[in-house]
Design a protein around this ligand. Structure first.
Ligand SMILES: NC(=O)c1ccc[n+]([C@@H]2O[C@H](COP(=O)([O-])OP(=O)(O)OC[C@H]3O[C@@H](n4cnc5c(N)ncnc54)[C@H](O)[C@@H]3O)[C@@H](O)[C@H]2O)c1
Length: 331
């Protein structure tokens, strides 16, 4: 057996296969896959020349040191707890969960296994554009952030034709635009500005055929002293995501679809842009490397378990605000 970390990817559907490929791309680990769908796991394992197992019991012969949890959101916390109790480092796909039940039990398991590294796979943390924008914002050069906006969307059926038949179709399994898609941007904004403290959300099912969950969202939020707005839909033609932060002495922006970040200070005639080309797999490979760094006790930019809990509270507050028609405070 090699000394390299041994990573077991649990759930090898859409994102699990990508994690498997990108962990292997790092060249820093061995990997195997586990999925309760025996046909799927056999196919994926054969495609990458790794071992595949159709249950965690069967996977126990693989000497895992880390689990990457890529199952639907309502299963994440129970699997995380089980992994920690088996001494695993754990990378958990977003969103962390669909409710707060189980959070306390994971915290207790983390306290009992302090050597285990836990991170949440909000992949925006691996984006060079967001990392640079955050560094500039935290340097203080631009003054205090005061106002921020997220404007984004894509034609979801183009990117996920099976959306009707997967977890996306139901809130209970982590579906809908708020829990599934917008959550990446909310977590990114919280990384820049700090936790959301208040959420006022309007959302509706507008277009996507075959589902009833919301595909369109407008949110007015507060991150402490910063006013923020979120505008998102899953049926528009352009696949675009633009995040802007306006601070006392200038503005900062990230444009994912143009793979760049930039700034404009008061007095500047135009934006200064910094492009960094990256394929989608590059982001997941950098994320995998950052997780392996964390497992080795090195600094890692990935979202922590508590960051995931905070963004989960946002999701729950947004859904409650839609139901009640009122703003919801987040403690
Ligand atoms: N970071 C991203 O960009 C990104 C993209 C897509 C999905 N996701 C997230 O990843 C998670 C999975 O999404 P997906 O699109 O891959 O879903 P998917 O439906 O394609 O795959 C999920 C897989 O998990 C398997 N599974 C379910 N319960 C299991 C269990 N107890 N043990 C083993 N296998 C089990 C299913 O058989 C299925 O193959 C969700 O939380 C989703 O929000 C993240």
């Amino acid at each position: 057996m090699s000394d390299l970390p041994h990573v077991l990817v649990i759930g090898c559907g859409s994102i699990g296969e990508r994690h498997l490929r990108c962990f292997l791309n790092t060249g820093r680990c061995r990997a195997a896959v586990c999925d309760t769908n025996g046909r799927l796991v056999a196919e994926v394992a054969a495609r990458y020349g790794v071992n595949g197992y159709d249950s965690l019991e069967a996977a126990s012969v693989f000497p895992a040191t880390a689990w990457v949890i890529c199952t639907p959101a309502h299963t994440h916390l129970a699997l995380t707890r089980r992994g920690l109790e088996a001494g695993m480092n754990v990378l958990i796909e977003k969103p962390l969960a669909t409710g707060l039940d189980g959070v306390a039990a994971v915290r207790a398991a983390m306290a009992a296994h302090p050597a285990c590294h836990v991170a949440v796979a909000y992949v925006f943390h691996a984006m060079p554009w967001l990392q640079e924008m955050r560094r500039a914002l935290l340097s203080g050069d631009f003054g205090r952030p005061r106002h921020a906006s997220l404007v984004a969307g894509q034609h979801f059926p183009t990117f996920r034709p099976a959306y009707r038949d997967i977890y996306y179709a139901r809130h209970e399994s982590g579906g809908g635009a708020i829990q599934d898609a917008l959550t990446h941007s909310v977590n990114a904004m919280e990384w820049l500005l700090g936790p959301t403290t208040r959420v006022y959300c309007d959302a509706a099912h507008q277009v996507l055929e075959g589902v009833e969950v919301e595909d369109t969202v407008n949110i007015a939020a507060r991150h402490g002293g910063v006013l923020a707005s979120y505008c998102y839909n899953q049926f528009q033609a352009p696949n675009e995501l633009e995040l802007r932060v306006h601070a006392e002495r200038g503005s900062l922006a990230m444009e994912v679809h143009r793979q760049r970040w930039g700034w404009m200070r008061h007095g500047d005639a135009d934006w200064t842009w910094q492009p960094t080309p990256a394929e989608r797999d590059d982001l997941f490979t950098w994320q995998a490397g950052a997780f392996l760094d964390g497992c080795a006790g090195l600094p890692s930019p990935l979202a922590s378990f508590e960051d995931g809990v905070q963004t989960l509270k946002f999701n729950l507050a947004a859904l409650e605000s839609v139901r009640t028609g009122r703003p919801v405070e987040i403690a």
